[in-house]
Design a protein around this ligand. Structure first.
Ligand SMILES: NC(=O)c1ccc[n+]([C@@H]2O[C@H](COP(=O)([O-])OP(=O)(O)OC[C@H]3O[C@@H](n4cnc5c(N)ncnc54)[C@H](OP(=O)(O)O)[C@@H]3O)[C@@H](O)[C@H]2O)c1
Length: 340
């Protein structure tokens, strides 16, 4: 019975400086939470690991509050209802929840979405049919707006967001140029996902390869990473190019530092090329989630949308897997299998 079980939680032990280390996390064991009237008790099956979690480890003002020291690390999860005191859910239901890095959690039922394992693997709700897939869809549809024949460039192209960006660009009739770390990821992006070209950002001649891959310039740069990739992209942008600024993973571990002021050069390019640069957080477009779910499910069913998952076993391995994500060690949407 669940009462005899314990809840295992990974909490934030300390705030990292630079790249997180295992010492920034603590694994704690305690009693199972109890579902109050109106609540459900959830057993977490899968935990999504995502780059935004690095931001939650910092005590800095952002679009979402940080995780408190000693608090359970935040995260999207797929869970099984094991006790229900809420008439909308029954034991055995599989739901999308935001239960964090722990084995059991309670929920009022608000924000829970029941999943149908006969439609798609339940883990897809954390990736291709979940927040990352929707991020790609929302950023491209609302900001990137690729037209047939235009060139769309995206980095972290084998990952959860980038893989969907390139595939939707292809569905829209655009050329998709993917950037990924290493030959294996590049082969996957090109041969499995169907991007027109894939380039390794670690290659010595990366800038030259990118220019060759974009003979007509770049119309949409879906910004996932920043850093040297963005610097290589900028000179190739066409007039009226659109830049959905989705993420800057190359900078997430940066300490605030003085450096060369590149802002004037950047603003000159924005002006001279009439660029549209717009940052976004996917939830700004929440009203488009139903459209996304129906379109993406259809693309998945007809084979136009493919995905790859990188599944790590055991909650105790979540910190190491997350640290690896920030270094490009994951290959596909990173998910932790928490329990069977
Ligand atoms: N705005 C939003 O609402 C929103 C929502 C979801 C995600 N995001 C952002 O979208 C981006 C991708 O997220 P994801 O979940 O799809 O992650 P992911 O691609 O599954 O995994 C992260 C990947 O980033 C790449 N990377 C790491 N460090 C890098 C560096 N220094 N330079 C270049 N690439 C680097 C690595 O791929 P390679 O080995 O191929 O380099 C790594 O595998 C992140 O910036 C994330 O913060 C934003």
């Amino acid at each position: 019975m669940p009462e005899a079980l314990e809840n295992v939680r990974v909490t934030l032990a300390s705030r990292p400086r630079g790249l997180p280390s295992p010492e920034n996390f603590r694994t704690e064991r305690g009693p199972l939470p109890t579902a109050a009237e109106g609540e459900v008790l959830l057993q977490v099956l899968y935990l999504s690991l995502d780059p935004y979690m690095r931001g939650r480890m910092d005590d800095a003002k952002s679009y979402a509050p940080p995780v408190a020291i000693g608090g359970v690390m935040e995260g999207g999860t797929v869970a099984r209802v094991i006790r229900s005191r809420n008439s909308n859910f029954a034991p055995g239901d599989i739901v999308l929840s935001h239960s964090g890095w722990q084995t059991y959690a309670t929920s009022s039922g608000d924000g829970l979405r029941r999943l149908d394992a006969t439609q798609a693997p339940v883990t897809a709700a954390l990736g291709v049919l979940g927040m990352p897939g929707f991020t790609a869809y929302a950023g491209l549809r609302n900001i990137g707006r690729p037209k047939p024949g235009e060139t769309v460039v995206v980095a972290a192209a084998s990952g959860a967001v980038g893989s969907v960006v390139g595939q939707i660009a292809k569905i829209e009739g655009a050329r998709a140029v993917g950037i990924a770390g290493g030959p294996e990821k590049c082969a996957f992006v090109r041969d499995e996902l169907g991007f027109d070209v894939a380039i390794d950002h670690r290659a010595k001649d990366f800038n030259a390869q990118l220019a060759l891959a974009c003979p007509d310039g770049i119309d949409v740069y879906f910004e996932n990473v920043g850093g040297p990739v963005a610097e290589a992209v900028f000179p190739l942008l066409n007039d009226f190019a659109r830049i959905p600024v989705c993420g800057l993973i190359a900078h997430y571990n940066n300490e605030p530092a003085e450096g060369v002021d590149r802002l004037p050069g950047f603003m000159r390019a924005v002006l001279r090329k009439s660029l549209t640069v717009r940052g976004f957080i996917q939830r700004e477009f929440a009203d488009q989630r139903p459209d996304f779910l129906s379109e993406a499910s259809a693309w998945l069913a007809d084979g136009r949308l493919k995905f790859r998952e990188d599944i790590v076993d055991g909650l105790e391995n979540a910190p190491e897997a997350f640290i690896g994500l920030l270094q490009g060690k994951n290959f596909g949407k990173l998910i932790v299998r928490v329990s069977e």
